[in-house]
Design a binder for this molecule. Structure first.
Ligand code: GDP
Length: 364
């Protein structure tokens, strides 16, 4: 098979990264954002969000994503005022390796749900875009059908910052979307690293997309990720692939039986579907609804959300302390010297760390 063709058909196709062109004048972009956003204050933003004004919602999200300190305060005010109106959605995480069909699946499910008058928001966390390279999730020319629906809002991944930072922003964007009346929120991420854990910590239901016959190892899905899944869905169950998908379904189901019982009392399920041919999509939605019914009835839903809040509190403290330490003037000045001393064996790592922390605490 020619190389080009092979890549096209491979489940493991990775969209090549493209460096941002240097011609992007970030200062000009920031100035534009500042100008556009300074027209609205926090109250006006919140009013617009509650009135389901998409333009204002997008602007508020831009504020949340902004790294400019002057945006931070107003973003926090907006989030705080939106909080009482948030929480009323089904938060659903979708993960899987590049090429498994995440966007095609979300599109198929989203189109199905939009016909039932649900309001759907699609957010993404893409670890590749955080390194300012082109994203694995691809630019959102994807989900073309879905993006034209009136009750659908698609927002690509924030493209800068650490995973922790982007995850926090995504959680805040969920709050804004909920306040704007979105009742079904998909958070998509690529199953290649830590981002699944971050997404798992902010959703109610976690769905892992897989392929038949590609082998777990090849698909790069770690056992830990499978353990987090409330449903494993084998996509591309169409054409010659149907029988392979059914076999894989049985295998995964057997593998799941070996996992420890879940805290939610939900027994994870394995389903097959074809996102391209729209088969199995409504059954998957039924499964998701069953999960919500069970976990709302047994109290896990509320308990889990509260636990997630606590987790975010500690994450935020940890991140802020770290940022504060590394951005400390004295620390950043003397850190390279200590690093050199550790690398040349002059100082032990422990002593260097202690001295740096002392300097930090004395110069806060
Ligand atoms: P993502 O990287 O996980 O978001 O994957 P995409 O949704 O971009 O899909 C990757 C490729 O697989 C595309 O060429 C899709 O058309 C194809 N694809 C996705 N779902 C299916 C499916 O159910 N059946 C078949 N045959 N192809 C699919």
């Amino acid at each position: 098979m020619p190389e080009k063709q092979k890549n096209k058909e491979s489940a493991l196709k990775v969209i090549e990264g493209v460096e941002h062109p240097s011609s992007i004048n970030t200062e000009a972009v920031n100035k534009f954002i500042r100008k556009k956003i300074s027209l609205l204050n926090a109250n006006e933003c919140v009013k617009g969000i509650l009135e389901k004004n998409r333009t204002i919602l997008s602007q508020a999200i831009t504020l949340v994503e902004s790294s400019l300190p002057q945006h931070h305060k107003i973003a926090q005010q907006i989030i705080e005022k939106c909080l009482p109106h948030a929480g009323n959605s089904m938060r659903i995480g979708i993960t899987g390796t590049p090429g498994v069909g995440k966007s095609t699946f979300i599109e198929a499910l989203g189109v199905f749900l939009s016909k039932q008058n649900l309001n759907i928001a699609v957010l993404a966390i893409d670890p590749s875009s955080m390194k300012s390279k082109g994203s694995i999730l691809g630019d959102k020319t994807r989900m073309e059908d879905l993006s034209t629906k009136e009750n659908v809002f698609i927002r690509p991944s924030p493209s800068a910052g650490s995973l922790g930072g982007v995850a926090r922003k995504t959680k805040e964007i969920i709050i804004l979307c909920e306040a704007a009346g979105f009742d079904t929120i998909f958070v998509e991420t690529v199953g290649v690293g830590q981002s699944e854990i971050a997404v798992h910590a902010m959703v109610d239901f976690f769905l892992l997309l897989m392929l038949a016959g590609a082998g777990d190892e090849l698909q790069g899905i770690k056992r830990g990720i499978m353990e987090m899944a409330d449903a494993i869905v084998i996509n591309k169950a169409d054409g010659n692939n149907i029988s392979k998908a059914k076999l894989a379904q049985r295998d995964f189901q057997n593998a799941l039986h070996l996992f420890p019982p879940t805290e939610s009392s939900w027994i994870p399920v394995v389903k097959i579907c074809s996102s391209v041919f729209n088969s199995g999509i409504s059954q998957i939605w039924d499964t998701i609804l069953e999960f919500f019914e069970l976990t709302k009835a047994n109290g896990f839903f509320v308990e889990n959300r509260l636990r997630q809040e606590k987790h975010i509190m500690f994450e935020t403290i940890n991140q802020s302390l770290k940022d504060n330490f590394y951005s400390n003037k004295i620390v950043s000045k003397i850190l390279p010297t200590f690093e050199k001393e550790v690398l040349t064996g002059k100082t032990s790592a422990y002593i260097a760390a202690q001295k740096l922390l002392e300097k930090y605490l004395n110069n806060k």
